[in-house]
Design a protein around this ligand. Structure first.
Ligand code: DX5
Ligand code: ZN
Length: 215
């Protein structure tokens, strides 16, 4: 049974409280919040005040995915805003080890996300220090994109590396998760599914959440 982290990016921004309350009642495990700065990715989403507002209503841990340059500058602020899990991009951090140390010291759980072109082997040295790897299965920036099929193989490879190192790092898969590929994503070793489109654009979000949770 995978953990599920629905991405609010695909939710109704004019009624976020309603979306969060729906998730509170659902079997979703976390709430995924996509922070985009228009520099690291070609889109601007929302920032700290929105995270704080979601926190006020959420009974689920906030899983914050930073798609921003120089994330070090905002670690304390995201902690204050209520993030439980803070994920930074491998490609955005020159001193990734230092950034991860800072997140761990803050008391949040640390994640590292990798873009589709970044090999999983790049993470070997950092794995012992992190809680999760967020494997991007689309190019970050937008919800509702098509799953990149080669991501399936990356999940398998990463799982093997984690097992060989006898670690318990979780694998989160983010982007394009659908009814067609969700079972293979879990079968290949994903522990957490992020789902934007699949949950929020569904006429019956609660039942699709149940379906995912039973995979
Ligand atoms: C993409 C974001 C994802 C996205 C997922 O840049 O990181 O979290 O919102 O949405 P779907 O599931 O629709 O691809
Ligand atoms: Zn995301």
């Amino acid at each position: 049974m995978p953990l599920l982290s629905p991405s609010l990016l695909a939710g109704d921004f004019s009624n976020l409280q309603k979306e969060v309350e729906m998730l509170n009642w659902s079997k979703a495990d976390w709430i995924h919040l996509d922070i985009m700065d228009g520099v690291f990715v070609p889109n601007i989403s929302f920032g700290l005040p929105v995270v704080s507002a979601v926190k006020k209503h959420s009974r689920k841990p906030l899983d914050v995915h930073l798609m921003i340059v120089e994330p070090d500058r905002y670690i304390d602020e995201f902690k204050k805003a209520g993030a439980e899990i803070l994920t930074v991009h491998y490609e955005a951090c020159t001193h990734l080890h230092r950034t991860i140390q800072k997140i761990n010291d803050s008391g949040m759980k640390a994640g590292v996300a990798i873009n589709p072109h970044t090999p999983v082997e790049s993470l070997i040295e950092i794995l012992p220090n992190i809680y999760l790897v967020c494997l991007m299965s689309v190019n970050p920036g937008f919800y509702g994109q098509k799953f990149i099929p080669s991501s399936l193989h990356k999940i398998e490879k990463l799982k093997k590396i984690i097992n060989e190192q006898k670690l318990s790092v979780l694998i989160e898969v983010d982007g394009g998760v659908s009814e067609e590929n969700a079972a293979s994503v879990v079968g290949n070793g994903a522990n957490i599914l992020v789902a934007g489109n699949l949950v929020f654009k569904n006429p019956d979000p609660l039942s699709i959440i149940n379906w995912i949770k039973n995979l």
